[in-house]
Ligand binder design. Sequence first.
Ligand code: MN
Length: 302
Amino acid sequence: MVTNIPPQRYASRAAVIGEDTRITRALPHRARRTVGAWCFLDHLGPVHFAPGKGMHVGAHPHIGLQTFTWMIEGEVVHRDSLGNEQVIRPGEVNLMTAGRGIAHTEDSLHDGATAHAAQLWIALPRSQARCEPAFAHYPDLPQVALGGFRAMLLAGEAFGLQAPAQVHTPLVGIDFSAAQAANATVALRPEFEYAVMVLRGSAQVAGEALAPGEWLYLAPGRAELALACDGAAQFLLLGGEPMEEGLIIWWNFVARTQAEIETALADWNAGRLAPPVRAGSSAERLTAPSLAGVQLRAGGRG
Ligand code: MN
């Protein structure tokens, strides 16, 4: 059945990653923790680093999720505990599957350059939460032209195309960009919920004006979505089947019990969560914040 619950508008919040890189974070939001399996939506930049400065995020671990990096401008070097070293460039995706445990670093390839990216997390379903860690780089993504937009398929299926990224729940991610005014209607899957996050310029989504720093939530039940912009703009449409499982998201970990988080934390601090990250980052290994006395709460639906 198709319903049309009005879109809900949420504010992103400011946060800092690495040494001093300011980002805006759409998810998790206190009123909405997940959209499909998408459980973390960070928007970095566009930032113009001063000479000698860049993004440098020291070695840190993940469990229970996939990190999904979408590069818009600039170049970042990923190094991980599986021995991978990969430069990601504009138009490319890095997908790191943490499973039972992985660690990585992220560094600007050149300091004093511009960076613009989205870093998204996908919660792994219970059946895959402790899978073997893996890393994949996708330099070529399917794309279509649509009413003045370029639509790049980042994840899942749309427009009769399939994105190469290997994911473990039904979900979709599409980057829409336009150099000038554009207007399109795209088909949605009524069983999916969606988020729209603007990266550049402003857009009208389901009739709502949207700019960077805010995002729109669309409940399941929609069959299509009207998209428009009056000038240069770029935004992400992310969706998936609502995740019914209660997730605990703490620091860089996604789990279902506090005990899992405590074990991962102790393992990281003892140096046994993952092998050492491939050398090369200029940034220090990150120390997990203390969990002492903290009672973690499962989020689950909204
Ligand atoms: Mn990370």
